[in-house]
Design a binder for this molecule. Structure first.
Ligand SMILES: NC(=O)c1ccc[n+]([C@@H]2O[C@H](COP(=O)([O-])OP(=O)(O)OC[C@H]3O[C@@H](n4cnc5c(N)ncnc54)[C@H](OP(=O)(O)O)[C@@H]3O)[C@@H](O)[C@H]2O)c1
Length: 242
């Protein structure tokens, strides 16, 4: 750790156990990796940007969160399966009153997925499909066979509504895992309570999206730096709204 104090060999689980909190709704923590020149993907996926410490942090953040929120393009592009955590981590979660693994909520308008994918069929915690009333009824009906379907808008999922629905199902903390289009809407709605940004020592160039895309804020949103860790030239930055 380099900030707020220099400490050798910190345990990421201890650093990131400092969860964001919100009095009115589940707190939302965003986790993203980005190249030094601001790209969030390479050849359409983020995997090549990551290193061992980043992959370990991804798991640590899941181990702490009550639920995971992801948008459909990321779920498909990154080949999401169900959440998997080591047995001892599942035990620790149960002792804290959490489900053994976090439920994953996936956001979609079209509500068109491969319903036979392990993401749905092998999940030990029933996935959630967050969708809209204009999604084809047949798709919503099919979704309800393998997931809990929450309608949180007419043509667009309203994220104030969606996060409140996750809170009504017991979530106090939600880990948002992208992608940039989802993140932009969370930022615009003022729902991001913490940003965990991994700065990868790479140049990606090209037209990969930034961390936040598609939704323009009305003013610059000031952030406060919470911690900086370093491993193998990767920087692990944590910010909260100031
Ligand atoms: N670097 C990283 O840490 C990181 C993390 C995550 C993703 N990524 C990368 O980001 C890329 C994907 O991101 P993206 O921005 O293109 O897409 P995205 O945010 O992952 O997904 C967009 C999709 O989400 C659904 N959606 C978004 N807003 C919605 C709303 N308000 N209501 C209903 N549905 C909504 C729609 O799904 P439907 O089309 O199903 O209707 C939309 O097409 C991939 O290349 C991925 O590898 C990088």
């Amino acid at each position: 750790m380099l900030f707020p104090e220099a400490v050798d060999d910190v345990d990421p689980a201890a650093v990131y156990a400092d969860m964001p909190h919100n009095d009115h709704r589940p707190a939302v923590r965003l986790n993203m990796i980005v190249s030094v020149d601001g790209g969030t993907s390479w050849n359409g996926v983020s995997g090549a940007l990551g290193g061992p410490a980043d992959k370990a942090l991804f798991t640590v953040l899941r181990s702490l969160a009550d639920m995971v929120l992801v948008a459909s393009a990321t779920m498909r592009d990154e080949h999401y399966g169900p959440a998997v955590l080591a047995p001892e981590i599942q035990d620790a979660r149960r002792k804290r009153g959490q489900s053994a693994v976090p439920r994953i909520a996936v956001v979609s308008r079209a509500c068109q997925f491969d319903w036979s994918a392990p993401f749905f069929t092998a999940a030990t915690e029933r996935p959630i499909v967050l969708t809209v009333s204009s999604a084809p009824e047949a798709q919503r009906t099919r979704a309800a066979e393998v997931a809990e379907v929450i309608v949180a808008g007419v043509d667009d999922v309203d994220f104030d509504h969606a996060i409140a629905e996750l809170g009504a199902r017991g979530a106090r903390s939600v880990l948002a895992e992208g992608g940039p289009t989802l993140n932009g809407q969370l930022a615009k709605a003022g729902l991001l309570d913490e940003l965990c940004v991994t700065l990868a020592p790479l140049l990606a160039s090209g037209d990969a999206k930034r961390i936040i895309a598609g939704s323009t804020l009305e003013a610059l949103a000031p952030l406060q730096l919470c911690s900086i860790c370093e491993d193998g030239d990767y920087l692990f930055l944590r910010y909260r709204p100031s």
